[in-house]
Ligand binder design. Structure first.
Ligand code: NAP
Length: 323
């Protein structure tokens, strides 16, 4: 049976950066050294504990080979309750392509402590790897794999594009590095970052982004606090900023240059896509998605299972969402 070739869609022509993959595998990891470990939430009394952790990878093949949007793997020491070595955990890189040092020797990531209760016993549960990393002291060694991931990265020619980043929680990690890369290397690009968190004290890298926005007129930073009032605008999710900050964001969305990146909690992508479908004129919407007529007629009833079936995203929308 022959299938007709799919028609070219917006974004198919974009050339993406090449990503180096799997220099170190779990069976043959390398070792990095913690050189910084500090809180990175806006308030000391944040509801969650999130830390910015820098790792020196000097002398390994990881030097200069890690880019924002990729992950590194961490093998925590010790064994699980069955006596087996703990499994690998992946963490998004927060560093720009040149690393924290400009030479690619210091990479960074953003780690939230996993703190929970066991469902059955009601006893405290502490995530193994996140707490190992958050407790790590400067000078401690860490077993690393990676890098991994090649789909959530910047294009080869960023100057041809503007960038609209949506993050919730630790989903901010890749955008720290991407924003730094773009503001350094791509003066023609406009960059907007919309960051969502439960409380203002939970905003991650808030000072970093405020400072960058003050220095770079091409960069705007928009926060959406979901459990507190936002300067008289009520409680907001990231997608609500498409409405409240329309004057700043819509010109980017209608220009045809913009790539949309979404990273964070699973479900956030749906609200963003619905808001785009409700507000953008068809000539702008077609840059980002093609929607079957029945779905277009009832945007309020969209659910995640419709993605890629009734809602077809173009390559100008990049999603990295985790439950
Ligand atoms: P968090 O601090 O709890 O913040 C999440 C924010 O998103 C809250 O303000 C929450 O609001 C809001 N939210 C919940 N449902 C939403 C929806 N449907 N649409 C829009 N906003 C919504 O976040 P976190 O604990 O750091 O979790 C971040 C998530 O990102 C995790 O699931 C993590 O696995 C994922 N993540 C993914 C990657 C990746 O894919 N590479 C990297 C890092 C993190 P309310 O709670 O008030 O409803």
């Amino acid at each position: 049976m022959s299938t007709a070739p799919k028609a070219a869609r917006p974004g198919d022509e974009i050339a993406w950066r090449e990503a180096v993959m799997h220099l170190y595998k779990p069976t043959d990891p390398t070792t990095g050294v913690i050189v910084k470990n500090e809180p990175c939430t806006a308030g000391k009394k944040s509801a969650g504990f999130v830390r910015h952790i820098e790792i020196d990878v000097s002398g390994t093949n990881l030097v200069g080979q890690c880019q924002p949007g990729q992950s590194i793997g961490v093998l925590p020491p010790g064994v699980d309750t069955a006596g087996k070595p703990h499994k690998l955990r992946l963490y998004s890189l927060a560093s720009p392509t040149g690393g924290e040092d400009g030479a690619g020797k210091i990479i960074s990531t953003t780690v939230k402590r996993t703190i929970d209760e066991h469902w059955d016993s009601g006893k405290l549960f502490l995530g193994v790897c996140s707490n190992f990393l958050c407790d790590a002291q400067v000078g401690d060694k860490v077993s690393l794999t990676g890098p991994s991931g090649k789909k959530f990265i910047l294009p080869k020619d960023p100057g041809n594009h503007d960038f609209l980043f949506f993050a919730t929680g630790t989903g901010i990690a890749p955008f720290r590095g991407m924003v730094m890369d773009l503001l350094r290397d791509s003066p023609r690009s406009r960059v907007a970052l919309v960051m969502g968190s439960p409380y203002a004290t939970d905003l991650i890298y808030d000072r970093v982004f405020r400072d960058l926005a003050a220095k770079h007129p091409s960069f705007t930073y928009h926060t959406a606090i979901s459990r507190e009032d936002n300067a008289g605008q009520g409680r907001l999710y990231v997608q609500d900023r498409l409405r409240t900050d329309r004057a700043a964001l819509e010109p980017m969305l209608t220009s045809g240059r913009t790539l949309i990146y979404v990273c964070g909690i699973a479900g956030m992508e749906l609200g963003i896509l619905q808001e785009l479908a409700r507000t953008l004129p068809p000539s702008a919407l077609e840059h980002y998605m093609e929607v079957d007529p029945a779905a277009r007629a009832d945007i309020g009833s969209w659910n995640r299972s419709m993605l890629h079936k009734q809602i077809h995203l173009t390559r100008k929308v990049l999603l990295e969402v985790y439950a």
